[in-house]
Design a protein around this ligand. Structure first.
Ligand SMILES: Cc1ncc(COP(=O)(O)O)c(C=O)c1O
Length: 316
């Protein structure tokens, strides 16, 4: 594993993919090279996780309804003419997972894309796919220890240009620049400043800091994705750990003197940041509160916390 990039067996030819209502083999699930999605990155998507509970032998989807609500919002903002309902999103997701019959943790990419031969302003001819993939074989040692981070020289996109609050495919060109720049400089990841010069988020996750026992995170209006994990962390802190959460702007130098810093996202889950711009965060190890939040997070996503079962959907 290099720089926290995860090597998944994406070319696994046995993978089944749901595309426009059909379950297809991985190598048959194709779209046109001329589609606006291919040319301009005009797609909206969700990254979803399902967790295998080895005691109950069940696969649980985490906060699926919230992911599908956001997918609907993304499609609205980008003006896709489609007729899918949230139930249709859910059915495609479920059918794609059942077709693969995974008995381990999985992630799922569910995407609406501009298909056909139109241009960047076309609205019709929307395709959808749902592509699950096994995560059980992943090696995640760097993530467990914590990541080194730089504040990027790339500015986060803003609601004046490309709205970061939703998951538009092309938004990730900005993420790409920030990530590759960090890796070239010898860091694992980066945090980007927004157009007001305060902290927004990392290329693929939201950020939290701990100062004097308070949990602080940038507000949803600071050029960040309306993250589901961010909301999960806030609810864990408030409802389980009795910690005050403050949503406010964070300055760059506040990161350097924070007691703890961590990232939160569906794919990242909860990951400690151990240094920023070479400033060591506290002792340079995972913080106490970060660990508590992580433990609760994994308890909840695997369906082992009875107070949060409303976030869990049994797939099979
Ligand atoms: C840019 C960005 N920010 C934040 C997140 C975290 O969002 P969520 O918790 O909904 O996965 C993601 C992950 O998808 C992301 O890509």
């Amino acid at each position: 594993m290099k720089n926290n990039e995860i090597e998944l067996d994406v070319n696994d030819e046995k993978r089944k993919i749901w595309l426009n209502g059909k379950i297809l083999n991985f190598n048959e699930a194709n779209i046109s090279v001329l589609s606006p999605a291919t040319q301009f990155g005009i797609s909206v998507f969700e990254g979803i996780r399902c967790y295998w509970n080895s005691d109950s032998k069940k696969l649980y989807g985490f906060r699926l309804h919230d992911h599908f609500k956001r997918l609907m919002n993304s499609a609205k903002i980008i003006e896709f003419n489609h007729t899918y309902s949230i139930k249709d999103f859910y059915n495609a997701c479920r059918e794609s997972i059942i077709a693969n019959n995974y008995k381990e943790d999985i992630t799922l990419r569910q995407t609406l894309l501009l298909d056909g031969f139109g241009s960047f302003h076309s609205k019709d001819n929307i395709s959808m796919f749902a592509a699950p993939i096994a995560r059980g074989r992943m090696i995640d040692e760097t993530k467990k220890k914590g990541l080194t981070c730089k504040v990027s020289s790339w500015q986060r996109i803003s609601d004046r240009s490309l709205p970061p609050r939703v998951k538009i495919g092309a938004n990730y060109v900005n993420s790409r620049f920030a990530h590759l720049d960090a890796v070239k400089d010898g860091y694992d990841t980066s945090l980007m400043l927004n157009d007001r010069g305060t902290i927004s988020e990392s290329p693929g996750a939201c950020v939290f800091i701990v100062r004097e026992g308070l949990l602080i995170t940038p507000p949803l209006t600071s050029s960040i994705l309306e993250s589901i994990t961010r909301d999960t962390v806030i609810q864990i802190a408030q409802k389980i750990l009795n910690i005050t959460v403050i949503e406010r702007e964070i300055d760059r130098t506040e990161l350097y003197i924070a007691d703890e810093v961590f990232l939160a996202g569906t794919s990242f889950e909860i990951v400690p940041i151990i240094s920023i711009d070479r400033f060591i965060i506290n002792t340079g190890e995972k913080g106490i509160l970060t660990k508590e939040i992580m433990d609760k997070y994994f308890e909840i996503v695997r369906g082992n916390n009875k107070d949060f079962l409303n976030w869990i959907e049994e797939i099979y």
